[in-house]
Design a protein around this ligand. Structure first.
Ligand SMILES: [Zn+2]
Length: 742
């Protein structure tokens, strides 16, 4: 459906450290892909999130680093919001470029005074409706000589009451995922002060009556059975089967939203962070509306219309957060609806109706991305940090890798060799090389006979059908939040394009435009432009930077992100060509360089534990030191020589380098599917015709480098007599391209 109101809710990152790749794969990339896709489909998307700045994760970080909680949240809010923008996430501009009626986005923070106000208002509304109860709670208290303190959950560590593992927090066990009351923890100790005596003391708190919503939530869950993923169904069922109990909404902590209540019993207490941060989805929409749109515009994304038309609510989060979004938050929303109707705890609760706040439509929660087999963890410093990663790598390479490796149904693993392999062989090998080939061949057509003049769709009906099929499949995958499957589908179009070119061999006809078979072959090359345009539109949700680069290289104007999704298979669109020398979309990655950098960074880390963004794996760029060669002749050891990969290649195309008078751009059949391009300074010694068809020896593992805008992937060997004589090293007899020379 087009024009639908879609609220995309993104889990709020704790501002206690930089985001790592596990967060990105689990929470931040999927909603961005979804939002971009929904926008391209013509839907009205409002995306909301922000930094979660209260609670003990922040105070623990502050105490550990010896700074104030405010210092911590200011630092990480700015670091993380910038990193998300650098990753290409649609947090700016705040207003959809199509117009404010199409929505926009807001990445807010829970320290925002207006968020405080909205939460306080909701707190009082729920209190007035009788949806809180007062209870005496038992809480650990750290005894000190002067002025002891209550210990919030994260300040207590012990053994999990469920699985028995050590290192469990006061309120939940990371090992088995169970949550519990502090007094259930075994062998409790103060985390900051393990030798201190601690005891349990009574403290008065308010509890939200989750129990009142048990029936409504069961009904809601039953309506979502066909929509939720199995992990979401299972976790929600587990919670509902246990029976819901009232849950504390206040706690003994200074750092948070102050209670909007008078009385000495509330001194030193604040609103529990779970209760207020989750309301950020709601406050953020209201504040976006107030700051960037009309005051009541938020209701279009939040409320069921009087006619019963519902917006669509999608929540993106990691698996540790599922029950908060399928049980607790829906119970709060229903509570707010309940209170707004003037009902109390005496009245039965119900699912939302017309005019009321809507509940989630899907929670496509992710499993975990692991780091070389272990769980990414902010607190345990086992991570690759997003800000540092983006200092070193193209954001689209990360987006590609995390999408194709997304932990949708089971945990997946991040490791450097796999990252390099997938980027080089899939992203560049299939996609990058295909579009680059189309563009470089297209640019070489004579001006009076551009490639578009060879367009003939009659030759391409098979390819057209294939693309329409892929389009339909990818659309369906994205509607069902299957990102991996969707991206694999998109990439299959590039593979099809490569096969099409390989079969049509259009490079053979560039010098013989009217030869036999030229019309069909060049029609295929021309269709390559359409396949590339298809790829630009279809990769846009996943790879926005390279999609835009490709879009401009194709001679298209404007933003590909504002181009309709269905336009990818609109064959009426006129073929265009840009005469600029195409630049490859991506740079190949070198595993050895990356591992060497990682090694250096890890060394840095052991000597200085200052700032995880700079010292832990994935930190700042380091220039490799140049190895100085001694003067005069040097002896090469055998191993070093053997590292040089020499191979046989057959020259299949030679053309002039547009920006360099002395260079040829030579295409070599090197035995691979895609061949390779080598720039060679041979114009003074050979004509193109003399070179064509020769089997030459080239260095296959020379680092590719750009020569005046053209990527050169190797070097042909030639003999030089020093007096103007230069001859290519050729092969004596027939041998297949790609053969090794020893
Ligand atoms: Zn446990």
């Amino acid at each position: 459906m087009s024009g639908e109101h879609v609220l995309v809710c993104v889990a709020w990152p704790y501002a206690n450290g930089p985001l790592h790749l596990g967060h990105v794969a689990g929470c931040y990339l999927p909603p961005d892909i979804q939002s971009r896709f929904e926008r391209a489909r013509g839907n009205r998307v409002l995306m909301v999130s922000g930094s979660d700045e209260h609670g003990t994760p922040i105070t623990v970080a502050a105490e550990t680093q010896g700074v104030s909680p405010q210092d911590i949240v200011d630092k990480y809010h700015s670091l993380n919001s910038q990193a998300l923008l650098d990753l290409g996430c649609l947090w700016e501009p705040n207003i959809d470029p199509r117009g404010v009626e199409y929505g926009g986005s807001l990445f807010n923070r829970t320290s925002d005074p207006e968020h405080h106000q909205i939460v306080s208002d909701n707190f009082l509304a729920l209190l007035e409706a009788g949806l809180f109860e007062k209870k005496v709670m038992q809480q650990y208290y750290e005894i000190r000589d002067t002025g002891g303190r209550f210990l919030p959950d994260r300040y207590v560590e012990g053994d999990c009451p469920s699985c028995g593992k050590g290192g469990a927090r006061g309120d939940q066990c990371d090992e088995c995922g169970v949550t519990y009351e502090a007094h259930e923890l075994q062998n409790p100790k103060s985390k900051m002060n393990p030798d201190a005596d601690i005891e349990i003391r009574d403290t008065e708190h308010l509890f939200y009556r989750l129990d009142l919503f048990q029936k409504s939530l069961e009904l809601h869950a039953s309506e979502r059975q066909d929509v939720w993923k199995s992990n979401v169904r299972a976790m929600t069922k587990q919670w509902l089967d246990m029976g819901l109990r009232p849950r504390a909404v206040t706690r003994d902590l200074e750092w948070g939203i102050p209670l909007p209540l008078d009385g000495p019993e509330w001194d030193g207490k604040c609103i529990y962070v779970w209760f207020e941060a989750v309301q950020g989805y709601y406050s953020c929409a209201k504040l976006w509306s107030k700051r960037h749109a009309g005051n009541n515009d938020w209701e279009k994304w939040w409320k069921i219309s009087e006619e019963g038309v519902k917006p669509r609510h999608l929540y993106f989060l990691g698996k540790d957060n599922i029950p908060f979004h399928t049980v607790i938050w829906p119970a709060l929303i229903m509570g707010l609806n309940h209170a707004a109707k003037g009902l109390t705890s005496e009245d039965a609760t119900s699912l939302p109706g017309p005019g009321e706040l809507h509940l989630e439509d899907n929670v496509p929660a992710m499993e975990y991305l692991m780091l070389s087999g272990g769980q990414f963890s902010k607190s345990r410093k086992h991570a690759v940090w997003l800000p540092a990663f983006l200092e070193r790598f193209d954001p689209d390479t990360l987006r590609y890798y995390l999408s194709i490796n997304m932990p949708e149904n089971h945990d997946t693993d991040f490791n450097w060799p796999d990252f390099v392999e997938k980027i080089n062989s899939e992203l560049i090998g299939a996609y990058g090389n295909f579009v680059h080939r189309v563009l470089t061949l297209g640019v070489r057509m004579p001006e009076d006979r551009p490639l578009s003049s060879f367009e003939n769709l009659d030759y391409c009906s098979e390819e057209m059908n294939k693309l329409m099929q892929i389009h339909e499949q990818v659309t369906s995958s994205l509607q069902r939040h299957r990102y991996k499957e969707a991206l694999r589908g998109v990439m299959s179009a590039a593979q099809m394009g490569n096969q099409m070119l390989q079969a049509a061999t259009p490079w053979k006809f560039l010098k013989d435009l009217d030869g036999e078979g030229a019309a069909k072959s060049l029609a295929k090359l021309s269709f390559g432009w359409r396949v590339s345009r298809f790829l630009s539109i279809m990769t846009q949700p996943f790879l926005p930077f390279s999609a835009q680069k490709l879009w401009s290289s194709l001679g298209e104007s404007g933003q590909v992100s504002l181009t309709s999704w269905d336009s990818a298979i609109d064959w009426e669109v006129g073929t265009k060509w840009s005469n600029e020398t195409p630049i490859p979309l991506f740079q190949r990655l070198e595993l050895e360089d990356i591992l060497a950098q990682e090694h250096d960074l890890a060394d840095d880390d052991s000597s200085s534990k200052v700032d995880p963004t700079h010292s832990v794996k994935g930190g700042k760029k380091k220039k490799k030191e140049e190895i100085k060669m001694p003067e005069g002749t040097t002896h090469l050891d055998f191993e070093t020589f053997m590292e040089v990969e020499l191979k046989v290649g057959k020259i299949i195309d030679v053309s002039d380098h547009e920006n360099a008078d002395k260079l040829f751009v030579v295409t070599i059949d090197d035995g691979s599917n895609d061949g390779r391009t080598i720039c060679a300074g041979l114009k003074e010694y050979y004509t193109a015709e003399q070179m064509l068809g020769k089997s030459v020896v080239f260095v296959a593992n020379l680092k590719p480098r750009k020569l005046r805008g053209v990527m050169s992937e190797g070097m042909m060997l030639a003999a030089d007599d020093g007096q103007g004589g230069v001859k290519l090293v050729t092969i004596d007899g027939d041998i297949s391209p790609g053969s090794e020379v020893r």
